[in-house]
Ligand binder design. Structure first.
Ligand SMILES: Cc1ncc(COP(=O)(O)O)c(C=O)c1O
Length: 418
């Protein structure tokens, strides 16, 4: 399946070979070479991922799980092999702990709904952190509202790290679940999630980790993290859009009711009563995106062949370099912890003087540089920082020092225009 990606031949992390795997990177925008620094929003796709999708539609396509015929069995096999690939990639104990969803957002909505139905009562508390993406706030807010429960927030230091003492004090006999992001999509903060989990478990409280911004950047292992639930999106790790994962420990998933009803999630249906399918199918109503699940597995094989540790080293070096260079610019204000080892992931959020983030983003775009501007779906975090938004450059496995230099030169050029 990796036959069309160069890295199959190169066991070393060779940036030139890697870039050739991503056809879009040779594009020009406004007559300039594309500098794609919006990987936190979505990543570009290597040829092998796109071709796996085309190949499946051309040669295998059939609905999974329900057919006796050849194609259906082959599509089912690819879909279930993909679940096994995800299991291996995140170190889950069993493939039945891997639920396919549409992405992190749907994973968290699934959990908030099911967990809320089973375990949330009036007066209970759900703990989230001050640096969550809206998708790890709003689903919990919605279920709290329905159940009369309360959302509690782990505060953040001015340096952009979690106040762990305050966290410990928040945990009580009323706390039902802790929901925390692994890496902030705005600040790049890598949270001490193992400690978050340990503290919660001391009180018998389960933990959801939002892995949308960690999974693409460094190895994640469910046994090491020991979290009870973990969510991530395929499109942020070089896979297709519309596919994601919710990992849950089997003992928890067994206790939760289904999220949606329909085909696939049932054992028997009558007008009097329905019994539900076993894991993971209990949570997967309707035809799954079996083409996307397969392409996600191809993407995970792709990054695994490059080596998640190599990707981490490459992106850490790039982030450190970017922060060093950016800090030298006049009026530069970078948000989040310093780029010390293990504390700051491949995201740099900044503002320059009084230049509005939208102006900076728009003018950088004209230079061919794609960054994101605004509140990054983290409005409460913006309120905490006392700002409306930032400019965010986020790196992927194919970005280079030259591209960081282009960003720095671009910002300097924009700054001089104001
Ligand atoms: C930390 C974090 N959580 C959740 C999400 C939502 O991911 P998706 O839109 O793929 O569901 C994002 C997306 O940017 C994110 O950065």
């Amino acid at each position: 399946m990796l036959k069309n990606c160069k890295k199959e031949k190169a066991c070393m992390y060779n940036i030139d070979n890697v870039r050739e795997d991503f056809p879009i990177l040779i594009r020009q925008v406004y007559g300039r070479p594309l500098v794609y620094l919006d990987n936190g929003a979505t990543t570009q796709k290597p040829r092998c991922v796109v071709e796996a999708m085309v190949d499946e539609y051309y040669n295998v396509n059939a609905n999974v799980h329900r057919g006796v015929h050849f194609l259906s069995q082959q599509a089912t096999e690819l879909h279930e092999q993909s679940r096994e690939t995800v299991r291996r990639f995140i170190g889950a104990r069993s493939a039945s702990e891997v639920l396919f969803t549409r992405g992190t957002t749907e994973s968290i909505n699934l959990l908030a709904f099911s967990f809320g139905e089973a375990f949330l009562r009036e007066g209970d508390e759900v703990v989230v952190s001050a640096m969550e993406h809206h998708s790890n706030i709003v689903p919990w807010q919605m279920v709290c509202e329905r159940k009369g429960a309360r959302l509690r927030v782990i505060p953040m230091t001015d340096a952009g790290t979690l106040c762990m003492d305050a966290y410990r004090q928040l945990l009580s006999e009323r706390t039902r679940i802790v929901c925390c992001t692994h890496v902030s999509n705005v600040l790049g903060t890598v949270n001490p999630v193992e400690e978050v989990v340990r503290e919660a478990h001391r009180h018998g409280i389960p933990v959801l980790i939002d892995g949308a911004q960690s999974t693409p950047h460094f190895p994640v292992d469910m046994q090491q993290l020991d979290c009870d639930f973990f969510a991530f999106s395929g499109h942020k790790i070089y896979g297709p859009t519309g596919i994601g994962v919710l990992y849950g420990k089997e003992e928890w998933l067994e206790k939760l009711p289904p999220y949606q009803g329909g085909g696939e999630m049932i054992k028997n249906v009558s007008f009097e009563r329905t019994t539900y399918n076993e894991l993971p199918y209990k949570f997967e109503a309707g035809t799954p995106d079996y083409v996307a699940s397969h392409a996600l597995a191809v993407a995970l094989d792709y990054v695994s062949a490059l080596g998640m540790e190599n990707i981490y080293q490459h992106e850490q070096a790039l982030t450190r370099y970017a922060m060093e260079q950016l800090q030298q610019l006049e009026g530069m204000r970078i948000f989040g912890p310093p780029a010390a080892e293990g504390q700051h992931d491949a995201v740099v959020s900044f503002l320059v003087g009084n230049i509005h983030h939208l102006d900076m983003g728009t003018l950088l775009d004209r230079l061919g540089i794609a960054v994101r501007t605004g509140h990054h779906c983290a409005e409460p975090l913006m309120h905490r920082l006392g700002i409306e938004g930032t400019v965010r450059a986020s790196f992927g496995l194919y970005n280079t020092k030259d591209e960081v230099d282009a960003l720095v030169a671009g910002i300097e050029r924009v700054r001089k225009m104001f």
